[in-house]
Design a protein around this ligand. Sequence first.
Ligand code: BG6
Ligand code: MG
Length: 226
Amino acid sequence: MNALLRGRVSLTVKYRAVIFDLDGVLCHTDKYHYLAWKQIADRLGIYFDEQINNRLRGVSRMESLNIILEKYTGPLLSNEDKERLASEKNETYRKLLMQMSPKDLGPNVLSTLERLRKGGLKLAIGSSSKNAPLILERLGLKHYFDAVSDGNNIQYSKPHPQVFLMAAEYLGLKPQDCLVVEDAKAGIRAAAAAGMDSAAMGDAAGYELATYSLKDIAELPELVGA
Ligand code: BG6
Ligand code: MG
């Protein structure tokens, strides 16, 4: 097994489903989030860089705005002002998402999803994004998933476990049957809080709360025995 095993691993690892985070795992929307937030930040005279953008991984749109506003020193903003800023950001972001196509998928994404499905695993999305349906459509990924749990069906975003618990519920499975794949530490914490094992990639790789750490998504089928 290539994946680096971490934490509590039993000898017979058996999952019935894999729940994928979307942004940062199946595709890379960071640059679009960055450009859309940067436009707002520049207009308000707020310092914003890629490092701050990294803190926005896995957290909701409004929470992201609050993180950006930590460096804001202008006149007080009302809740309506904040709602308006978040919608403006989203409009810009959705326009940028229209540039995405199946070409933007990582080289091993489709083959991995196909192998997992052939191996009898159910597949779901567990994303904080309200734009998950649009992104799945742009990438041609919709039909790979048995369930989509995203920013549209949750009240609390990661690190709260709700998005993953609802994905398991939509699949009709128990949390312990599901493996979560995540690139955000907030997402790994959400999986742990949901009682699910997790495989960490990218930014979250090596995080001590993750069950496994992956260098590449292509390691997944072997990890789950598909
Ligand atoms: C997550 C991203 O998937 O979705 C976050 O990692 C983002 O950076 C969040 O803030 C909410 O996205 P959206 O598309 O609902 O604004
Ligand atoms: Mg992510």
